[in-house]
Design a protein around this ligand. Structure first.
Ligand SMILES: O=P(O)(O)OC[C@H]1O[C@H](OP(=O)(O)OP(=O)(O)O)[C@H](O)[C@@H]1O
Ligand code: HPA
Length: 178
């Protein structure tokens, strides 16, 4: 692995494919133990989470369901601020054990807007699994129940994460060279 260029920026290797897969297997094993009797519903937030969700789900060895959704963000009223709307969420969450799957929790804004909407449906448990988080960037604190890696506050690319549309297909994670 070496430095790559995407659009106008250079990125250096940060987490290799083998290390990623190893950690995701560990996360799946922990979740399989914790949730074996729950028939959990995994809800993966597109686009970024598609690779992580696919690998994580593949390594689970318990009965589980998965659904992929997209969040559309629009400006609400003055009192509601920005609002996110889930597209493709057809399941009834009442009484279910739900695991939200994210590639990254960065400032926490996305989940701080979305989790309360899900709580509204009264799931039995609402858990968060994120491959990555940037503690120094967190503005809206989010409790992450299953975390892959805690990373510095630098822009990342690869394994689902894009820079202006490109780089999602890289099997490893790169960090911006500043
Ligand atoms: O904690 P936050 O600061 O809100 O950032 C995290 C969000 O940002 C990314 O999505 P993005 O909006 O870039 O969309 P994408 O997944 O389609 O690339 C990522 O997949 C998370 O959903
Ligand atoms: O570091 C990042 N890289 C790509 N997309 C992102 N979305 C939030 N944080 C990031």
């Amino acid at each position: 692995m070496s430095v790559i260029q995407v659009h106008d920026k250079k990125f250096q290797p940060y987490i290799g494919a083998t290390e990623l897969q190893q950690r995701i297997r560990e996360m799946a094993a922990e979740m399989s133990r914790d949730l074996k009797d729950e028939r959990p519903l995994f809800i993966a937030i597109l686009n970024g989470s598609f690779m992580f969700a696919g690998d994580l789900f593949k390594y689970l060895n318990i009965p589980a369901e998965i659904s992929f959704i997209k969040l559309a963000s629009y400006k609400g009223t003055k009192s509601t601020g920005n609002v996110v709307q889930a597209i493709g969420l057809d399941e009834d969450l009442f009484g279910r054990t739900v695991v939200i799957v994210e590639d990254i929790v960065d400032t926490g804004k996305t989940l701080s807007q979305f989790l309360p909407q899900l709580e509204h449906q009264q799931p039995k448990k609402l858990l968060v699994a994120s491959l990555l988080t940037k503690p120094e960037a967190m503005v809206h604190p989010i409790k992450i129940d299953y975390l892959g890696f805690s990373v510095p506050n630098k822009f990342l690319l690869g394994y689902g994460l894009d820079y202006d549309g490109l780089g999602r297909n890289l099997p490893e994670i790169y960090q911006l060279v500043e």
